[in-house]
Every structure is written in C-alpha cells, then in structure tokens.
Design a protein around this ligand. Structure first.
Ligand code: HEC
Ligand code: HEC
Ligand SMILES: [Ca+2]
Ligand SMILES: [Ca+2]
Ligand SMILES: [Ca+2]
Length: 474
C-alpha cells in the first residue's frame, strides 16, 4: 500500500506543468482517501478469485504512476531498484534505435525485408498503433502447405504452415536492392445497426488487398491475420501473474454454464525448448517478453538474434540489447485511474459487471515471482484473464496460432485504455484497429461475449454513456 506522502510525491513528479497539476489534483483528493481505505480492506492475503471488484485508484499497486497526460504510458515503475532503472533506461534506448542497411556504422542489419525500422516506430509513445502499412502486421499461413520438413520446433507447433516464398508474416518494406514481399492495401467496409432504443450506429471492418512482388494476389486458401501494435505498458506485471491463477480461471468446457469458456494458449518457448503457456500478442502466441522482443527484431525488422540466428549462426543484435528491449516493456508503469468518485463512473462499473464484461476482463490479480522483484506481490487491476475466447465470426481471422483457433482472441487488458486517445488521438481498438470508439469495440463482441454485447445494445443511452465513462476512467 502506497503511503500518502509517496502518493503526492509520485503525483507531483509525474506532471509536466503546474496547470495539469492543478486540473488533476482536485478530483484526486477524494480518490486518494478512497484508495487508502480500500488498501486497508485488502491488506489481508487474498487470492485472485476472492478479490473484490476493483475500484482502487492504484491500477497496478505500487507500480502505478500518477500521470494522466499524453506521456502517461512512458513512465518507469516508480519502485524499481537502481539496477532496474538502469535496465529500463538502456531498454528505452534500444526501443528507439532505428536499424539501417548493412554496412552501417551502428545498428546495421535491417531487412532485407521488414515492416519498420525501430520498436518505437510501431509502438509510438508505448500506445497502440494504427491500421496502416508499416504498423499493422499481416501474419499469413497456408494450410495446404506440405513442405514441413525444414520447420523449426516453434514453426512445427504453431499450426500455421508458412506460405511459400513469404513465410508467416508479410514484410511490405525492403532495403535498397531488395523487393518488398508485397504491397498491402486496406479498404474499409461499413455496416449499420440499431440500438434497442432506436439510435443508429455505423461500424467498419477492413478488407485487405495484397499484391505480391510479381503482381499476383496471394495464393488461394492463404489465411491472413491482421495485428495492430498493442499498448506495451504494464506487461511485466502481466508476466508476473502466477500460472495457477490463470489455470484456475480457465473453464475449457464451460463447467459453470455461463456461456464463457476461456482457455490458455500453449506455445513454443524458444529459450527453454519446450511448450509453455502463452501470454503476449493478440492470440497469446508468445510466452515471455524476451521472446516477444526477439520475435519483433526478427520478423518486424529483419534482425537476427541469439534466439533466431541467421543460417550461418550470426546475429545482428547482441543479447544485452535484446534483454534491454524486453526490460523496457517489463518495467513500464500503468497510469492511475481517474474520477473513481464520480457517480456516473461508478454506475458504469456496475453495468460493466452486470453485463458480464468482467467474466473475461477480470479486474484483479495479485502478482507472483518476477525477474524484477519490485513487481511482485502487487494488487493489480488489468481487466484481462489472458485467456483465449471465441469472439464469433465477425472478428474471426480464421487463422490458427498454436492452440488458438481462427475465432479465438486473448482478452486484452483494459487498464490505462481510457487514455489511449489522449496519448495518440487516432487510436483504434480491437486486433485490427477497426473500432474507432469504445462503443464500436463492444458492438463487435460476439461468440462467448454475445450476451454482453446484446446487454449493451439493450441499454438506454444514459447507461451506455455511463459504461463508456467507466472505460474512460481506466
Ligand atoms: C512493424 C510494427 C512493429 C514493430 C517494428 C515492433 N512491434 Fe511489437 N508488436 C507489433 C504488433 C502488431 C504486435 C502484436 C503481435 C501479435 O499479436 O502477435 C506487437 C506486440 C508486442 C509486444 C506484446 C504486447 C502485448 O500486450 O502482448 C511487445 C512486448 C512488443 N511488441 C515489443 C516490441 C519490441 C521490443 C520491438 C522492437 C524490437 C517491437 N515490438 C517492434 C508491432 C510491432
Ligand atoms: C468472452 C470474453 C469477453 C467478454 C464477456 C467481453 N470481452 Fe471485451 N474483449 C474480449 C476479447 C477477446 C477482445 C479482443 C477482440 C479482438 O481484438 O478481436 C476484447 C476487446 C475489448 C475492447 C478493446 C480492447 C483493445 O485493446 O482494443 C474493449 C474496450 C472491451 N473488450 C470492452 C468490453 C466490455 C465493455 C464488455 C462488456 C459489455 C466486454 N468487453 C466483454 C473478450 C471479452
Ligand atoms: Ca538482417
Ligand atoms: Ca515474410
Ligand atoms: Ca464458464
């Protein structure tokens, strides 16, 4: 539990200007008191399942940062050790380094084909990316591929046979002297619907037009999975959620009959050479932040590392840099909640629970062991179960990814999401960025979340606004 003195310290350290401080202090006064009170109530040992609904202002325990401005996603966990802070700063640099064509004085090895040149060019201000070439990735696979002899273990287990000549991801950029694998064009299709109270809404979904280097379309039957860059703060805490707590939440055969049957993805841990629980990526296809980073270097920038060396064993990024880039995501803090004393926000939280949103967007966990011990034993409110759920046909990519089938997605965390458009005004939601607002994100929910969606459609306007206000307070 954070002492009040620490609270104010953190609050004042975080804000850039006096003006922002002034505007944000007032609503926090009441909340600070609520937060300390909640802390007292929760200070006895609790397991994830017994935790009460989160209404605390500290989204991530002591790893919370009291900043609700456009830099809210760029703060280091405030209680890190001195070494942790050094790791974070090295990671910050690694995250920003742009790679260049070989031979270069430094950071050479880009490509030959790639999607972008640095981590930060997709994860701008650590927020979500845009549905545009260079940021949105297209993963591909060919279920008719028979050529599985040369596959590595990871490739063998992921149920996504590579497309001949392209592999599993389309790189639509290349260095001079090479050709991009394809050009990708995104067209938006719109559709309209009506809430129960008669108000109309419009939705949009992307259609991809892929033209290969030789002018041909993708071969018949190739599966495409679009992936928007997700926000990257708070990830160390998600990595620290004990495996048992996630197992306890999974309900593969829907034994409790609530229509929701989340399950874990099991993926290939390249470092350990074994099957492991998946946590990261839109389909929980990566087991650790270290592997996720190595994967990004290889697939998004064409940079070989010790995880994924070139055919001759050589690497283009050293282990220290690779580890630092993972450390950066591991030690990014989560912004505090806002306006929790606001009655409309409280009503919205009630509606969130009544509509069973919390069945997947699980509010509370207690973190367990982590490489950074400062992240341990924190009461966190990420609003995710990290489980895969069938989300219906309309969101389906129809492309399996390890155990995840073509209709399943991992519940994304909602903490800090209320600031998405403060940090980056163009931010969209869902795996392909199709939703321009929280309303649209909810209206696309189907499958196991169909009943939640219908509950939202039936709400009178006032309630829909309250629910959205609650999401904005996260
Ligand atoms: C071309 C754009 C692009 C670049 C460059 C890029 N990423 Fe990503 N990143 C993504 C996308 C898209 C995802 C989601 C991937 C998925 O669902 O499989 C992602 C996912 C992640 C995640 C997991 C987030 C989560 O919540 O599960 C981390 C961590 C991450 N990237 C770190 C990095 C690092 C470190 C680098 C640089 C080495 C990097 N990224 C470079 C687009 C990019
Ligand atoms: C059955 C599990 C489940 C339920 C119930 C559920 N969600 Fe979701 N939610 C998901 C999954 C999975 C996604 C990601 C889907 C995708 O990207 O295609 C998601 C995405 C979202 C997003 C966008 C997040 C982002 O990072 O882009 C928001 C906002 C959201 N849900 C809010 C809600 C609200 C509000 C409710 C209740 C009305 C709700 N959800 C009910 C599983 C669920
Ligand atoms: Ca290279
Ligand atoms: Ca490729
Ligand atoms: Ca269930």
């Amino acid at each position: 539990m954070m002492k009040l003195s620490q609270f104010w310290g953190a609050l004042f350290r975080s804000f850039d200007t006096f003006l922002q401080r002034w505007q944000l202090t007032l609503p926090f006064l009441g909340s600070a008191i609520t937060a300390s009170f909640t802390g007292v109530l929760l200070s006895t040992a609790v397991t994830a399942q017994q935790l009460p609904a989160a209404s605390a202002i500290a989204s991530a325990g002591e790893a919370t940062v009291y900043n609700r401005t456009s830099s809210a996603y760029e703060e280091v966990v405030p209680i890190l050790t001195a070494q942790g802070v050094i790791d974070h700063e090295l990671g910050d640099e690694a995250f920003e380094e742009a790679f260049v064509l070989t031979p270069g004085l430094r950071n050479s090895g880009l490509g030959p084909v790639f999607n972008n040149t640095s981590c930060v060019s997709c994860h701008i201000r650590n927020g979500r990316g845009m549905p545009e070439p260079g940021q949105l990735l297209l993963r591909v696979s060919d279920p008719n591929s028979v050529d599985v002899e040369d596959l590595t273990d990871a490739e063998f287990y992921d149920n996504a046979p590579p497309v001949w000549g392209i592999g599993k991801q389309i790189q639509d950029f290349s260095v001079v002297g090479s050709q991009p694998e394809a050009t990708v064009e995104i067209n938006w299709e719109t559709s309209v619907g009506t809430y129960a109270d008669g108000e109309k809404y419009e939705l949009r979904s992307p259609k991809f037009n892929v033209t290969l280097a030789d002018g041909e379309p993708l071969p018949e039957g190739v599966l495409i999975s679009p992936r928007l860059p997700p926000h990257v703060y708070g990830l160390g805490l998600l990595e620290a959620i004990p495996q048992e707590d996630l197992l306890a939440l999974s309900d593969v055969n829907d034994a409790n009959g609530d229509g929701i049957s989340g399950r874990l993805n099991y993926v290939w841990d390249v470092q350990k050479g074994e099957i492991a629980l998946g946590r990261f990526g839109w389909k929980a296809n990566s087991p650790t932040l270290l592997q996720q980073s190595a994967d990004a270097y290889l697939n998004d920038m064409g940079i070989h590392s010790s995880f994924f060396p070139a055919a001759d064993g050589s690497v283009e990024v050293d282990d220290a840099t690779l580890i630092a880039s993972a450390a950066y995501a591991q030690t990014l803090a989560v912004p505090t909640r806002a306006a929790i004393a606001d009655l409309q926000v409280q009503r919205g939280e009630q509606l969130f629970n009544d509509a069973s949103c919390q069945a997947c967007h699980v509010s509370s966990f207690k973190t367990g062991r982590h490489k950074y011990p400062s992240l341990e034993n924190q009461l966190i409110h990420p609003y995710t179960d990290l489980l895969l759920h069938n989300m219906g046909e309309q969101l389906a990519d129809n492309r399996p990814d390890f155990e995840a089938d073509g209709q399943e997605w991992r519940t994304p965390s909602l903490w800090g999401i209320g600031l998405a458009q403060t940090v980056l005004p163009y931010s969209g939601y869902l795996h392909d960025g199709r939703a321009r607002s929280f309303e649209e994100a909810i209206l696309w929910h189907g499958g196991e979340a169909e009943a939640s969606k219908v509950a939202f459609e039936k709400m009178p306007r006032e309630d829909r606004t309250a629910l959205v206000r609650f999401l904005q307070s996260l």
